[in-house]
Design a protein around this ligand. Structure first.
Ligand code: ARG
Length: 764
């Protein structure tokens, strides 16, 4: 490209409003109008920006909730009916299941509101509004403000602003930082503490394919469940389930589309993505690759195998450990996939190349060198330091706290503190005891001491072996000296003598608690030794390193954004509300392997295997599918659609998110990512990354045809407005280019595109 062209491009770029690319990005709804709306329209969006996010009138954001702090859900009726994933409702479903009334296995649909099941502790947050507060948070802070002072000031202001916004408990509010502390945002929510289970398909549908299919496409899982949000008579939130509560009337609920999806349809996903680390430097990636992930995989592998051995022996135990198992297994496979992906896609090398280019750019200008010059050095030094202590952190989390007895012991901490106080405050002790009642009952409902003992012996043994000797807690010296180094013998001792292994004993202790008794307990002692060693010897080392890293990261991110000033970055996910948009789109998984964008019930029959618990198909479903009884939910070819993929950028926490077409109608529920793009949380690859969604027509079929709960479908607002707006099948010219990029293409005479955007090569 010649110089004159570049000048033109530059000029045009300056005149253009900033426009973002579709594929990568979990965008803050607050900025949709300014950053994304024009691009979204090009992809097929028919809604105005205000219909997506507006504080004063009902908009899409009012139909989307954060569920329990870890998932997303969406309103689909005017009576507070909520759709989310089966794996998001799993814990609630399991907690209402017994071997006699096994709703996890059989599925469940409440025939009337009276049958809906209360879930104390479960809540949803509905966004009232969000606000950028960077200016207020950073006021008066300069590049020379000492880091500790900066942190203290910022934290104080974040707290004050949030407290203010809470309006004496009316709202839940917090200030979150974005872009490594370069920007700050205030989020204000209403929290509803009465969320009841309304329905779920049998586990063999909701988790069809089990851990084998998890994180994989093609998929045939009916990963949905239903809840209902309840409010008081004035439609206001209550802290927990209360007598007299009635179904909440949301400001907005989503119409449900019957027409289905096609390749190239516009799709947006609204939700609460948990965490991405797209700005993680190469040294951080390297640490995950060769230290953190292998440790997590090894420890989880050990725990899962031991749990499974026992679960396979006893159906009641299987039920007790089902939810814990699914949780641990989910990220066990995630870490495996992330590491495989990092090796295959050479993620560390790519990041290193980006850092080298950044270093060169910084060196070109003395002012830049002054401002950003030491950032990457400090980052690399900090990670070298963190590497020395990182295994300790991993093993405290995944080994010591991977045992249940240690987590229960940790729960006794507030009681220990109350018992320690002199003079003793009886009311504080009573409160600490009262606060333990429910968690203890819940804990023992799903606990088996013999299983936990095996896990304890195995995980603590790995802790003793793998962590640098000089970082180990004292408890391992006891194991060496008194038990000849045998963790098995130590486990025998702990589990025969600790009162933490039995509900009756814990309750007896809570009836007359003394500090002496707690501190003499071998389970509690183990926890104390691990915890105090961590707090006293490991955390201070890591904290020092993290503080330097915090500053350097902030500068690194700022430098990167300044260098690539025409690229609009979206902030890393941090459990705040986001919107991503893209299209229904197939992909090529690897050489010679191309994946279709949708699956059908035919695939369920192909995968069906009565001898493999992960691929059993419930009898009722088998019958219906064999008869091809798809009712009004069949697609145009006469098949029953099950799942489809889009190139929306999502991550964990988005689970249960609505997939919405260009007219604002619900076409699916997002539930997973694909194996080829497991590095997606660290680096985004537009050719590989896909969002896996259950087709809403399969959800409706499961409820109405298989579940016989037509009354719940009738409660929804079903629409059939014809084909979804969109750009059509993939290679529609420029479908994935921002205005800035198109401009560059246009200015290249001769019509040949010379833009080097390696990742998008296939699109150009
Ligand atoms: N990978 C999915 C997610 O993180 C969870 C799928 C749950 N299914 C399972 N087989 N564990 O959202």
């Amino acid at each position: 490209m010649q110089k004159t062209h570049w000048a033109k491009v530059l000029l045009l770029t300056l005149l253009l409003p900033l426009a973002a690319r579709a594929d990568e990005g979990m965008w803050l709804p607050l900025f949709v109008k300014r950053l994304n709306h024009a691009d979204m329209q090009k992809k097929g969006l028919k809604l105005t920006a205000d219909e997506i996010y507006d504080v004063n009138t009902a908009s899409l954001k009012d139909a989307v909730v954060q569920l329990g702090g870890f998932c997303t859900g969406e309103f689909v009726s005017s009576q507070g009916l909520l759709l989310t994933n089966h794996h998001c409702g799993y814990d609630a479903i399991q907690s209402h299941s017994t071997p006699q009334n096994n709703i996890l296995q059989n599925g469940f649909y409440a025939a009337s509101k009276a049958e809906e099941k209360k879930n104390p502790g479960l809540f949803v947050d509905i966004l009232v509004r969000m606000e950028e507060v960077t200016g207020k948070v950073l006021e008066g802070i300069t590049p020379t403000t000492p880091e500790a002072e900066r942190m203290a000031t910022i934290q104080k202001r974040q707290r004050e602003m949030a407290d203010n916004a809470k309006e004496n408990g009316k709202y839940v509010a917090y200030v979150r930082d974005m872009f490594g502390g370069n920007e700050y945002y205030l989020f204000i929510y209403q929290r509803f503490g009465d969320v009841r289970l309304v329905g779920a398909p049998p586990e063999a549908v909701g988790k069809f394919g089990g851990d084998t299919d998890n994180w994989m496409w093609p998929r045939h899982t009916g990963d949905f469940s239903m809840f209902r949000v309840y409010a008081d008579k004035n439609n206001q939130p209550t802290a927990g389930p209360e007598e007299g509560n009635i179904p909440y009337v949301p400001k907005k609920h989503l119409p449900v589309a019957l027409q289905g999806v096609n390749e190239g349809d516009f799709a947006m996903v609204f939700g609460f993505p948990g965490r991405t680390q797209r700005f993680l430097p190469a040294a951080g990636l390297q640490l995950a690759l060769d230290q953190s992930n292998p440790a997590r995989i090894k420890l989880r592998d050990t725990r899962l195998k031991l749990w499974k051995e026992d679960m396979d022996q006893d159906p009641a135990l299987r039920l007790k450990y089902a939810s814990k198992y699914a949780n641990i297994a989910n990220y066990w496979k995630y870490f495996i996939g992330q590491n495989e992906g990092m090796k295959r896609l050479k993620t560390v090398d790519a990041k290193k190349a980006e850092e080298n280019a950044l270093l060169q750019w910084i060196a070109q200008d003395p002012a830049r060198a002054q401002q950003y010059g030491d950032a990457l050095n400090v980052i690399n030094q900090s990670y070298a330091g963190i590497r020395q202590y990182n295994l300790s952190s991993q093993y405290v989390n995944e080994a010591a706290f991977g045992t249940e007895i240690v987590t229960l012991a940790a729960r006794m901490m507030p009681l220990a503190t109350a018992l320690k106080a002199t003079p003793q405050d009886k009311a504080a002790v009573d409160k600490a005891v009262a606060d333990l009642k429910e968690p203890v009952a819940e804990y023992f409902k799903d606990y088996n001491a013999a299983t936990d003992k095996k896990v304890f012996a195995a995980l603590m043994n790995l802790y003793m072996q793998d962590v640098p000797k000089d970082q180990l807690p004292d408890v391992f010296q006891t194991v060496q000296k008194q038990y000849g180094g045998s963790m098995q013998k130590y486990a025998d001792y702990v589990f025969s003598n600790s009162f933490l292994t039995s509900e009756a004993k814990v309750n007896a202790f809570l009836a007359a608690p003394t500090l002496a008794k707690l501190e003499a307990d071998p389970g509690y002692k183990t926890y104390q030794s691990v915890y105090s060693n961590y707090v006293q010897n490991i955390v201070p080392k890591l904290q020092g390193l993290q503080a330097g890293l915090g500053r350097a990261n902030r500068l690194y991110v700022a430098a990167l954004r300044e260098k690539n000033s025409t690229k609009i970055y979206s902030p890393d996910a941090n459990s705040t509300i986001r919107l991503s948009y893209g299209t229904v789109r197939p992909y090529k998984g690897r050489d010679a392997v191309a994946y279709d964008y949708k699956t059908t019930a035919q695939g369920i029959l192909e995968k069906e295997d009565a001898t493999n618990p992960e691929f059993v198909v419930p009898q009722k479903e088998l019958e219906l599918l064999k008869m091809k009884d798809y009712g009004r939910f069949a697609d145009k070819q006469g098949n029953l659609p099950v799942a489809f993929i889009t190139d929306n950028d999502i991550t964990g926490g988005n689970s249960g998110s609505p997939v919405i077409n260009g007219r604002g109608e619900l076409i699916g529920i997002a539930f997973d990512g694909n194996w080829e793009a497991m590095t997606g949380d660290l680096a985004y690859d537009p050719e590989l990354k896909r969002c896996i969604n259950v087709d809403i027509r399969y959800v409706l079929w499961c409820i109405e045809k298989m579940g016989g709960a037509k009354h719940l479908v009738d409660e929804m607002t079903l629409v059939n407005n014809g084909p979804n707006p969109g750009v059509g099948p993939a290679t529609a010219a420029g479908a994935d280019m921002s205005d800035v990029e198109k401009m560059k293409v246009k200015t290249d005479k001769g019509g040949k595109t010379k833009i080097k955007r390696k990742k998008d090569a296939a699109m150009l």
